[in-house]
Design a protein around this ligand. Structure first.
Ligand SMILES: Cc1cc2nc3c(=O)[nH]c(=O)nc-3n(C[C@H](O)[C@H](O)[C@H](O)COP(=O)(O)O)c2cc1C
Length: 413
């Protein structure tokens, strides 16, 4: 169809490019900025064997048989000149974690781009990004003229997933960096209905725990990528039905025992809310929660947690967005988290406890949240509350045909 149009009009593509005036640069960028691209660093070696590389958004798959990939460097690019000479390149696909690396790489002088331990080198000296999401080794198959750029076609000699393959890829859109995470579709409405029934069925157990310990209790679950409160025992907690984003570092109890999609959503929701996340801190938090067998929240009471979130989420929805308010709340709640997490006396700062209730798939189906007791309670009272909450959560797990994961043994302080 396209070739027919060309025949009918008698135009060749280079003729079109010459005869129509180019759109103003700003318009060109504004319109193309709406098209999201992945980010890849293309690397090779210069004539003295030194590493060279450039950030590109134009890396693309071209052909499966034979396997060809391509990218479009500017004709004047020094990296392109080097790649042409070397006849080979590696394409390393960046993950969301690499935003800083990408900015530094782009801003650095060519000779300073490969300092640091993010890079290793193959037998030809071509740099490889260690933590890439995916990588391709290619030899230059062809170079096609393309206006002020050229299209470099690479014959793929080898390809693979990198250690970052499970992380979200880095995405460039509208002049800014972001990330993509697949929508979480784990829980459908029927599943939510069954969880609501379960929550209603164990409401007395939650209420009883609150009464016995003189604390606030609630039972929550994750639906898609939102936390939803299903039961709240205490008239001071009219938060049933409240939902808020499942975003790190809040609710690490769900993230510690869930599938990889939901875990990714936890990280990516936080990245969206706060612009950046400390993945090492999150990994440490998850490891700590798994080791302890329960999670602790600091710096905000259950009422503040639910009350603030409910109000922000409501005003955000009414205002048709309000993400910045939610982001501010998240930043406030995340402040000091790292220090608290590493404190050997958690009861000194703990405001709430979150204890997992497991489903039949050994993932967390519900979280039993206990608050209204601290901070600054003695270790004896903390232990008593924790023991009772763990017992109650285990009972609910049992009653609802759930199974804790192998090796789940909570540790008391
Ligand atoms: C997100 C992003 C995407 C880019 N994509 C391309 C691209 O596809 N082609 C290109 O020639 N330059 C691209 N650039 C610019 C090059 O990375 C940069 O100009 C580089 O220094 C190339 O010049 P050099 O090879 O002479 O160093 C991109 C830069 C950024 C930040």
């Amino acid at each position: 169809m396209a070739s027919q149009t060309h025949q009918q009009t008698g135009l060749r593509s280079d003729h079109v490019a010459r005869s129509s005036p180019p759109p103003p640069k700003s318009r060109w960028r504004t319109v193309l900025g709406r098209y999201p691209t992945g980010i890849t660093i293309i690397t090779s070696v210069d004539e003295s064997g030194g590493p060279i590389g450039m950030v590109v958004g134009t890396f693309t798959s071209v052909s499966e048989d034979p396997p060809l990939v391509g990218f479009l460097p500017q004709r004047t690019s020094r990296t392109y000149a080097g790649i042409r000479r070397a006849g080979r390149f590696r394409a390393s696909v960046l993950g969301a974690e690499h935003e800083g690396l990408c900015r530094d790489f782009f801003a650095a002088a060519p000779e300073d781009r490969f300092s640091g331990d993010a890079w290793e080198f193959d037998e030809h000296g071509v740099p490889r990004l260690r933590g890439a999401v995916a990588w391709f080794d290619a030899t230059v198959h062809d170079v096609l003229p393309a206006g002020d750029h050229v299209m470099v076609l690479g014959a793929v000699a080898d390809l693979g997933l990198g250690p970052g393959a499970d992380e979200a890829p880095l995405v460039f859109l509208n002049g800014g960096y972001g990330s993509f995470a697949p929508p979480v579709t784990g829980v459908d409405l029927a599943e939510l209905g069954s969880r609501l029934r379960i929550a209603a069925g164990v409401g007395d157990l939650v209420q009883g725990l609150a009464r016995d310990l003189d604390v606030e209790c609630a039972l929550s679950t994750v639906v898609r990528d939102q936390v939803v409160v299903l039961t709240a025992a205490d008239n001071r907690l009219p938060y049933v039905g409240t939902c808020f984003p499942f975003a790190a570092p809040m609710d690490p109890g769900f993230a510690a025992w869930c599938g990889p999609d939901l875990r990714r959503a936890w990280v990516e929701n936080a990245r969206r809310l706060m612009g950046q996340v400390d993945t090492h801190l999150l990994d440490d938090t998850i490891a700590l929660v798994r080791e302890r067998g329960y999670a602790i929240s600091f710096g905000h009471t259950l009422s503040e947690h639910f009350g603030g979130l409910a109000a922000e989420a409501r005003s955000g929805r009414e205002a048709g967005g309000g993400r910045s308010d939610l982001a501010r709340l998240w930043e406030r709640m995340a402040t000091g988290y790292a220090d608290y997490c590493r404190d050997p006396r958690p009861q000194a700062h703990a405001h709430t406890l979150q204890v997992p209730v497991f489903g039949p798939d050994q993932c967390v189906a519900f979280e039993l949240m206990v608050g209204g007791f601290g901070p600054g309670i003695g270790v004896e009272r903390f232990r008593a509350i924790l023991t009772a909450a763990l017992d109650r959560a285990a009972r609910i797990t049992e009653l609802t045909d759930g199974t804790p994961p192998a090796g789940y043994v909570p540790k008391l302080p």
